[in-house]
Ligand binder design. Structure first.
Ligand code: FAD
Length: 461
């Protein structure tokens, strides 16, 4: 009997336990279903759709080299997979387990009528693998991370399936071009093309490069002007590469750089652990009071649209924030430290609800990930399960100096390209703000006091 492999964010051939198991059981029908309705507000945004197109193209090509195919369907995933099963006589669906709430729902529904075989494959360890002394899943990162480190090594990685048997006939497939995942009018994807190579070969090329650089990660990761992090995030999100493959690749695990990097991979596992416990985590604050008591919300009579747009367009008058927001827009990615600065600026300097920021990142990031994006936004905002960070207000101007963002600002804010440090970090303060660069939306001290006062008021202090 043919075996269906349901592909989602696991677009690879190697270390793909669902594909591996299916290939051992019979002829394989690989299927990808684009199900925008189920994901609702978290249907893939523009940048992710661009990546998805190229990743699907890459996978289809690799399957084609083995005379296999990638079947594309659009619509409700449960209905489409059920149809493919009826059309081909398949009874078993193999899939990697995913934790996004809409996919957990679909997994549950499919299992009611078909033989759904789920495999762990996209994380170091499956969510829920480690638990607290009382048997509950962890809520806080640090003890979670310690528990995961105690479990190392992760599972062995799997090779490509040696042979992929072909079915007698293929079910119908959509044409990828008809999905219109790529932007056309206007085509804003030039910056993404320049910045990225998509697909699993590209992921391994970058990994080879990263092996020679990880030792410096402890310092380089905080310097936005340097290419100092792995840039594996979109490859990991779409499952072109797995953290298990990455983990096994690094034979020398003694450097401090590796140890810090490993903890970042564990943050990724942690985020899934959180959304498993709190499925709406990317949409709703975990802590009460903020939505009605802290943010400048339209429903509380505040007009925030102009401020939100200035932030989105990188026109805040804070060079590091503007460089980050423009890097995001042009390349679909933003440096991690700058993500923290930009997120903090939105929620603390502008007192705008983090969900607006989450949605903008969701649309613009090529690595937009329901778990990681939600967890990080709630972490910065102090609204989440971790310790409350709201009163730790980042100072964008001193962060910019401390981590020497000069080259970064020059690259992404051309209006300031002729300025040197220290002027470039705060041209307004030094009296050298060019006319075509905006004044600060709000002064840092004023914003800090406003945020802390609003926080005290919300807490009734
Ligand atoms: P590296 O520094 O090389 O880290 C290696 C890998 O570890 C990353 O590829 C990523 O998979 C994982 N990782 C690193 N930091 C984190 C973290 N804090 N949380 C979860 N995983 C992490 N990351 C996403 O993958 N998707 C998102 O949607 C996302 N949204 C974010 C939103 C905000 C407000 C912030 C502050 C951070 C967000 N991050 C997100 C986390 C982090 O910024 C990116 O993973 C990282 O910048 C990606 O670059 P890199 O691959 O070079 O990371």
């Amino acid at each position: 009997k043919p075996q269906i492999v349901w592909l989602r964010r696991d677009l690879r051939l190697a270390d793909q336990p669902a594909l591996f198991a299916a290939a051992q059981a019979g002829p394989v029908i690989p299927v990808y279903v684009l199900d925008d309705a189920a994901a609702g507000s978290h249907a893939y945004g523009g940048a992710s759709r661009w990546w998805l197109h190229h990743s699907l193209e890459d996978l289809a090509k690799s399957l084609g080299k083995r005379n296999s195919r990638l079947i594309l369907r659009r619509g409700d995933a449960v209905e489409e997979l059920t149809k493919v099963a009826e059309e081909t006589g398949a009874e078993t669906i193999h899939a990697i387990r995913h934790y996004e709430p809409w996919w957990r729902k679909a997994q549950g529904k499919l299992a009611e009528t078909l033989d759904l075989q789920l495999y762990d494959g996209n994380y170091l360890f499956p969510a829920g693998h480690v638990t607290t002394g009382s048997g509950d899943p962890y809520k806080i990162y640090t003890p979670f991370s310690k528990a995961i480190l105690a479990e190392m090594p992760p599972r062995d990685e799997l090779p490509d399936p040696e042979a992929i048997q072909l079915p007698d006939s293929w079910p119908d497939s959509d044409d990828l071009a008809d999905w219109h995942l790529l932007p056309t009018k206007p085509d804003w994807s030039g910056g993404l093309h320049d910045f990225w190579e998509v697909g699993f070969d590209a992921a391994f090329d970058r990994l080879n490069w990263w092996q020679d650089h990880v030792a410096d990660y402890d310092e380089s990761r905080n310097l936005p002007s340097k290419d100092g992090s792995s840039r594996m995030s979109p490859h990991l999100h779409f499952g072109e590469i797995t953290p298990v493959q990455i983990w096994h690749r690094f034979k020398d695990k003694r450097s401090q750089g590796w140890k810090t990097f490993e903890k970042e991979l564990i943050w990724r596992d942690y985020a899934q652990n959180v959304i498993c416990q709190f499925p709406a985590y990317a949409k709703e604050s975990y802590r009460d009071g903020y939505d009605d008591g802290l943010w400048r919300n339209p429903n509380r009579g505040h007009l925030i649209q102009e401020d939100l747009e200035a932030w989105q367009r990188g026109q805040t008058g804070y060079p590091i924030v503007d460089a980050g927001m423009r890097q995001l827009w042009q390349t679909g990615w933003m440096h991690n430290r700058v993500r923290m600065i930009c997120a903090s600026f939105l929620v603390k300097h502008l007192l705008i609800d983090w969900t607006h920021g989450e949605q903008w990142f969701w649309d613009c990031l090529v690595d937009a990930d329901y778990g990681s994006n939600g967890t990080n936004w709630q972490w910065v905002s102090g609204t989440g399960v971790d310790s409350n960070m709201f009163v730790r207000i980042m100072a964008p101007l001193s962060q910019s100096e401390k981590f020497d963002a000069t080259g970064y600002i020059r690259e992404y804010v051309p209006e300031l390209a002729s300025l040197d440090a220290p002027y470039i970090h705060d041209p307004e303060e030094h009296g050298c703000r060019p006319k075509n660069y905006p004044a600060k939306m709000i002064g840092h001290r004023e914003a800090r006091e406003r945020a802390l006062a609003a926080y005290r008021q919300m807490k009734g202090k």
